[in-house]
Write a protein that binds this ligand. Structure first.
Ligand code: S3P
Length: 168
């Protein structure tokens, strides 16, 4: 079993991944955390010191590594599916689930989140809504290459479990 959770920042990939890993008794990998441990640098520092392009290279290399692990649930960063042929890698090596959460919910969660996210740093709720909508338009075609798409304000672990069982 190898599952990739994808979707915009704040859609709940990490929370969902942790919960599913408990329910399915498999290992949870947060790709951003994996990158931070592999390169001994936080994601904000990689962005600040090396730029986004270098981060995407590191993200790509890390994704390739985790795509070789078995019995894992991987929560990717929001941008991971949209660079290189990362979607192809994920679709070929595992089951990809897109958590398609409404913009207002994403903005609300991101405003209150403690995680530092370089791409949205300092944005107000209003700016955030506009930014998400614009970016979602570019990202959606990549996200929609996922085999499973779940939509809603709140997506429950049971919904993902049902998808996993259908695919088996
Ligand atoms: C990013 C999302 C972040 C992190 C980086 C870039 C993006 O992960 O990888 O800040 O491009 O959407 P989360 O989706 O876990 O916040």
């Amino acid at each position: 079993m190898r599952i990739f959770l994808i979707g915009y920042m704040g859609c709940g990939k990490s929370t969902m991944g942790r919960r599913l890993s408990q329910l399915l008794d498999v290992t949870f990998i947060d790709l951003d955390k994996y990158i931070e441990e592999k390169y001994i640098k936080t994601v904000p520092r990689i962005f600040a010191e090396e730029g986004e392009e270098a981060f995407r290279e590191k993200e790509r290399a890390s994704l390739k590594e985790v795509a070789e692990f078995d019995e894992v649930i991987v929560a990717t960063g929001g941008g991971a599916p949209c660079f290189f042929d990362n979607m192809k890698v994920m679709n070929e090596t595992g089951l990809c689930v897109f958590l398609d959460v409404e913009t207002e919910v994403l903005a609300d969660r991101l405003i209150h989140s403690k995680t530092e996210r370089p791409l949205i740093k300092g944005k107000s709720q209003e700016e955030l809504v506009a930014f998400i909508e614009e970016m979602m338009e570019q990202r959606r075609p990549f996200y929609e290459k996922a085999k499973c798409v779940l939509q809603g304000k709140e997506i429950l672990p049971e919904q993902v479990l049902a998808e996993i069982h259908t695919e088996k």
